[in-house]
Every structure is written in C-alpha cells, then in structure tokens.
Design a binder for this molecule. Sequence first.
Ligand code: ZN
Ligand code: ZN
Ligand code: FE
Length: 748
Amino acid sequence: MKKVEFKIYGVVQGVGFRPFISKLATSLSLGGWVKNTSECVELELIGKEEKIEEFLQKLKGDPPPLSKIVKIEKIKEEPFHRSYKPPFKILKSEETKTVSRDKLWIPPDVGTCDACLKEIFSPNDRRYLYPFTNCTNCGPRFTIIIDLPYDREKTTMRAFKMCEDCEREYHDIRDRRFHAQPNACPKCGPQIKLLDREGKEVQGEPLENTLRFLKEGKILAIKGLGGFHLALDALNKEAIMELRRRKRRPHKPFALMAFAPERILKFAEITPEEKELLLSPARPIVLLKKKRNSILPEEIAPNNKYLGFMLPYTPLHYMITKEFDALVMTSGNLSDEPIVYENEEAISKLKDIADFFLIHNREIYTPCDDSIVINKSIIRRARGYTPLPIVGDEELPPILGCGGEEKASFALSRDNTIILSQYIGDLKDIEALDRYEMLIDRFKNLFGIEPRYVVCDLHPLYLSTKYAEKTGLPMLKVQHHHAHLASCMWENGLKNEVIGIILDGTGYGEDETIWGGEILVGDFLKFKRMAYFKPIPLPGGEKAIREPWRIALSYLRKIGKEELIKEAKAKEILRMLELGINSPLSSGCGRLFDAVSAFLGIRKEISYEAQAAIELEGIADENEEESYSTELSESNGRILIDWRKMWKELISDMEKGVPPEKCAMKFHNYVVNSLVEATNVVRKVTNINDVVLSGGVFQNQIILRKTIENLTKRGFKVYHHNEIPTNDQGLAVGQIAICASKIKKGEL
Ligand code: ZN
Ligand code: ZN
Ligand code: FE
C-alpha cells in the first residue's frame, strides 16, 4: 500500500472535477482526499500501487468533459502500513493570497446544461424564462473574464450585485451554483431589451416581440455569448434573400440553429457521433449532410452538400428557437469584418442589415465566434474551445506564433502547451487587424506570458508577418506548408521525420512562387520539398482566384484546348498569359479544383473563399469509382504531379456527355490516386512510413477520407487534424513547434 500526493494543473476548477475524482477513487477502493487550491487541484490517494496507476490512466484517458489537464505533478510518495484505509473525501478549498497568474487557466464558454434548461422552462421556478440562467456546469466564462483569478469581481458580472437568494446558492457547497461566478436571477441579474434601428426601445415584452417579429420575417440582431448573430426564420425564403441582399453575401452558407436534434432531422442527417458533438458543452456548428427535398430553402446553403447546424447554447437561444423549426443564425458582421459584440457598435454597424436588436446589459469582454466542426474535426476553433490549451509533452519557451493572414489566429506557448486564439478573420480587413492586435495583448496579459521569441510566415506581405517584425523580438520565419506539417505533427505527438501531404490554395514558397499542392518530408527542424503539382500561371493573380474560369483557361492553354473557354474576356486573358504579365506561378492544389469546377460550368466566379471547390465536392457522385489517369514525372530530382492526361480525359468525357457529377468524382479520385502514388515513391526513397495530412483542401471530406483509406491500404500510418484546424487557423501552432525546436537546438 502507498500514499501518494498529486497536484493537477489545467482547466480543473468549476468543471465538476472534484466529484469526478471522488467517484473514480471510490470505485477503485482508494482512500484519500481532493481539494481545490488557488492554483490547482490537490489530491492524495491511498491504496495499492496498481490501483493508483489505474486511477491515473483513467483520469488521463477520460477526464471530466469540461476539463483540460495540463500537468499532473507527483509531490509526495510514501509507503502506507496502517490496516485502516479512510474513505475518500472532498476537503474544503484552500485559498492562498498570492496566486501566480502563469499557473492559472481559463475555461471556455459552456452551453446551457440540462438542469438549467429544466429550470427555465418550469413555470414555478424562480428562473422561469430567465435568459441568463447558468450554474457551475454551464454559462459564459472566457468571454466575460476581464482578469484572473476567475472571480465574479473580475468578470463583466461585477456590474450586478447578487440578491439574497443568489448569494445563498453561491455560498452553499451542496448547491449547483456554489461559486458559480456568473450566477444571476431575474431579480438581480442582466436583462434583455429590444431596440429598433434608431436605438429606441420597442414597447412591450422583448421576448414576445422578438418571436413575433421573427415570425413576420424580420431580421434581428441578437446578442449571444461571444457576439451578435443575425437571426431570421429559416423557412422564410424572402427573409433569407433579403438578408443576402442587405449583407451583400449572395451564396456563402448561413449557419442554422434548432431547438433540438429531432428538429434538425427534418433537414439533415445526423450520425450518433454528430449528435454527441451537437450536444457537447462547446455546442459548435456541425456540418451535417443535407437531406434532399426538405422544406428548407436551398438559398440557405446553395449548391452545398452540408448544412451547418448548432443547438442553442444560452437560455435565450432556447427560448427563441423553441418556437421555430430552425433559425438562420449567422455572425453579426459586415462582409469580412470581425464579429460585432458591443451594443452601440451593433446598432451603428448593423442598422442597415437588422430590423431590430435584441440586446442585453451583460457586457461581452472578449468576442468569440461560433466554432465549426465537420466529422469530428474542428475547422473553425472559437467559442466553446478557445482558450483551452493544446497539450504536448515537452516544456516550451514563451513564443508568440503569428499565424497566417486569411483565417487569422495567433498562438502563445506556456509550460507544455500551446494556446491557440479564436478565429479572427482576414487581417486584410483593418478591423480584423485591430482585433488581432487587441487579442494578442489580452492573451499575453490573461495568461501572464511575455514571449521571448516571435515566429511568423515566410510571406513578406502578410500583415501577421509585419506584426511580428514590429515586436522587435528574436524572429523566425517559417515556410507556410512546413508550418502546416508541423501543426499536424504536434497535434499527433509525432517527433520523427514524416511525409507531409500539404494541400491548400496559397502559401508563399521558398522559391518565391506560390505553393499549395505539396508532398514534403520533414520534422520540426527542417523539411524538403519532394513532390508537387505541376505549377500553372494564375492570370491576374488574386483576380484569378476570384474568377476560376481564368485558371481553367490557363490549364487548357497548356494542352492546346484554350478555345473551349468561351468567356468574353478569354482573348484578353490569353494575351496576358502569353506575355507573362501579372501571372504568378502556383502549384496550389485548390486552384486545380477551382479550374475543374469552372470548366464543368459549376462555378466560374466566386463570392466566398473556396466556393468553386466546395461546390465541386458538393455535386461529386461518390458512387463513381473510376479515376482519370495519374501521371508522375521528374524535374530536378523532384516528383511532378502532372495533370495534362487528366484534363484531356475530362474534356473527352464532357464531349461524350458524361454527367458533371461523374466527372467531378473521377477528378477527386485522380487527385487522391496521384497523391498516393507520389507518396509511395517518396517512401521508397526515404523509408518513411508516417504521413501527416494538413492544409485547407483536407476540409474536403471526399479527399480526406479517400486519402486516408488508400494510404492505409498501402501500409502507411496516416495522421490528420481533429483539435487544430487543418486550414490556416492552425498555422500558428506549427510555427511555435518549429520555433521551439530550433531554440532547443541552439539554432535561434
Ligand atoms: Zn447549468
Ligand atoms: Zn438573484
Ligand atoms: Fe495554408
């Protein structure tokens, strides 16, 4: 028998940790105790050594759902000889005056729990229909915390003094609201208000009016946890079209919110895993397979295979969605600007979009968008996940990773973790850049991190690169696709050299051309470019990305079939290509998708990022097993993935009248087969069997699934992203991993 004492650091308080520990210990017949301290959870275990080991394995493998363990420190260990082993106990919390901020962690916002939900719909409860009901298991956290340690006085709830009843709950250790910092009730807490576009209060009951206006087809700006949504009745086609017109957003899919999974089933399919995700405390938007012929207007997500659904995550959302099959709930912002989160800002910015504003007086301190998940992979990491640390097993020096530009996000390292910021937006927008800078300062302050190094992308014009240069810290620039590779290695705990299949639209290459269809071999210290898609000139650069028919023209010109593109401006663009004016070379895999989509007549010009590729995936007939011919060649010791045969066969299919659905799938198969073949060649040369998949193209579920399947069949060990976005939001993590390794090696 042994007696062992531990300290557990991480997001471990206010997440049901102590009861969990107590239950687990008792089930393994361990004695001892657990208690909260100002910095961590401390616990003592008494029992057989193998039982203590089992306890730790179970705790690490399956911790309480809202927690995140960063470190378990063993502080004492001694033999235990007495014959009586005391039962396991939860001890009184121990508070010390001086708390070191760099030991504290901040929990993310948590969706309304079942117990609170029951209260708000119980007419006799004192919180009946109260929109700000929460408890220790749910409610706002990250978005209301102004400073640490996490106490009410240091949150935006400090403006509200608890009434006697709330105070009693707060101090009663047996109560669900014991130390629930945002605790509130209708008597003492925040209130909602409905305003018109002039900011004047609408007479009457705000909730009733909100429901009435939504039913009439009005567009409402509704303040939530991390910012404003624009809401409307999702079955009202005119209202949807009106929002598209006012927002100048013709096609980009809108997110939806429904009261319960059963209601979503009318419109989309839900697997058991997806249901679990929808109901999880993070309540992300989950991309679900759209059902054909549902009554939901196609205009919600035109030509898209998926619908982005989330469940309500505040009592207010529950009270509103209860009355509808589904609501559109899209981020409240102007085109590419970051999400609006302050009352006055909302009215001034959104007055031409929303008819009414449902606001409240609980201030949002840190804005945070909704997260998006597809097939268990987070592709936009924000509310519900941020700022949970991503835990590794080695200590890291304090580094700021500046990320990319279009899906901007930064990261900071502390202890053995990387803390990735929420998705911010495109830094080319001045307001997004402001928010990026504000959030970097805020994270540094909240987590007590003073970075000693900064790492950024190799792209000289990225605004994140410029930010890095301004810090004056020792700086490292990392090639875009190397950062993608490292990000996937870090997430999967890999240390040794791997093959990385990195597919995206655009990344600055070491040779100053645009890369993006790459097979690399590398680790955290170095990489080699082994194979890539044969590059193509992009006539007009950025413009070609917005008008994919130009890229199709560029490809077809390479096989002498340019006459197949009938656009009015085709002649002019051909001249541009002939003279090589403003036509940068790109190996970006995303561009090949764009071109095929344009050629098949699916999408010739886009109104949101990756639209052509998304719609190509959307129509692909997954039952088609045939593929266009792959073709590998060599250039300067590197493998070139050629697409000329593919294009010729695609053209001949089109001429034979093969439906575009089949062509689209044969193209997807071609991409997968080409990559798998090239990876096989790389394995022969390097003897490396581990493959990481990263880059925005892997949001394409056909490409992701088939690449994993085919590589696995050939004996590769394949890793991809789940926690860290595969797109550019994940870059900052890879940048930090690379920077830390170089520091450790003395290379920086
Ligand atoms: Zn609750
Ligand atoms: Zn109260
Ligand atoms: Fe990228």
